[in-house]
Design a protein around this ligand. Sequence first.
Ligand SMILES: Nc1nc2c(ncn2[C@@H]2O[C@H](COP(=O)(O)OP(=O)(O)OP(=O)(O)O)[C@@H](O)[C@H]2O)c(=O)[nH]1
Ligand SMILES: [Mg+2]
Length: 316
Amino acid sequence: MGFFGKAFDKIKAGLAKTKKVLTTPIQDLFVLTRKLDEKFIDELEETLITADIGVATTTKIIEDLKHKYKHKEIMEVPQVHAYLQASLLKQLQSMPRAVKFAPSGPTVILIAGVNGTGKTTSVAKLANWFRGAGKKVILGACDTFRAAAIEQLTIWSGRLGVEIVKHQMNADPAAVAFDAVEAAIARKADVLLIDTAGRLHTKQNLMTELGKIRRVIQKKLPDAPHETWLVLDATTGQNAINQAKAFNEVLQVSGLVLAKLDGTAKGGVVVAIEEQLKLPVKFVGVGEQIDDVEAFDPEAFIKALLDLDKAEAVAP
Ligand SMILES: Nc1nc2c(ncn2[C@@H]2O[C@H](COP(=O)(O)OP(=O)(O)OP(=O)(O)O)[C@@H](O)[C@H]2O)c(=O)[nH]1
Ligand SMILES: [Mg+2]
């Protein structure tokens, strides 16, 4: 197993790394000495926006809080903290988060996204993650756009000791996908992860090509791809919304991989992205190493976002 052997501990440890990279302004607001008043609520509103929780979610939470404050249902700062925790958790828990595995045969997971968001690295990390969960994994190198892309995934497959299906540069990516599905069936793989070339969501011909990859996969396995994940760069901000809309049109995206969460202090972006896209974040990327991926766990995330370990002292 070598240095990849720790994967399963990682899965069990939950969002340990996410917790380490998350430092949000929300954590600083809840101090013992604060009194609950209009000023506090205004500050909370500002802080939630600053933490990238998003306008829609923030407005909903603040309006509701103001109502509860007015009717004396919430009178102290620790109650606000508990309320905030409960509302955010409720929102995140309403999303279907678990990986949807095929009832039998290989589970095909198609990975897409704009250039440089972290697709290939995420494919490698996910391969390691699924393998840690006892799955037999195979990779499909459908980014045939650059020779370096095929090489990058080949190196990962070698390090991980998982099989890879690839063609030459400039080959039809749909043909590679077809072969990869065939190989996954033949080798009795549990999970096939398909890497695709980065593409600008506004480039119609490239988006059409993605649709073709999907249709060709379906020709071989009618209920595949079982999952289609859009990789978003957590540091991107609002443009992620436009990307997701365009990819969703050609691919019926079933979930998000939010890479580079370690590159932003605004972990709240997970909440905003889900609220706006109505798509679940299934995994988060928290670094460049092979084990820097975590299944997104709302409870652990909220705990980290609101720094609940520290807040225990403040709790009622
Ligand atoms: N800090 C950090 N860096 C990441 C993460 N995921 C990917 N990267 C880095 O982001 C850069 C781009 O990653 P790739 O996986 O090649 O991105 P891609 O989407 O496959 O890129 P294209 O195929 O060119 O579209 C690399 O330098 C990665 O190491 C992450 O979770 N955290
Ligand atoms: Mg790539």
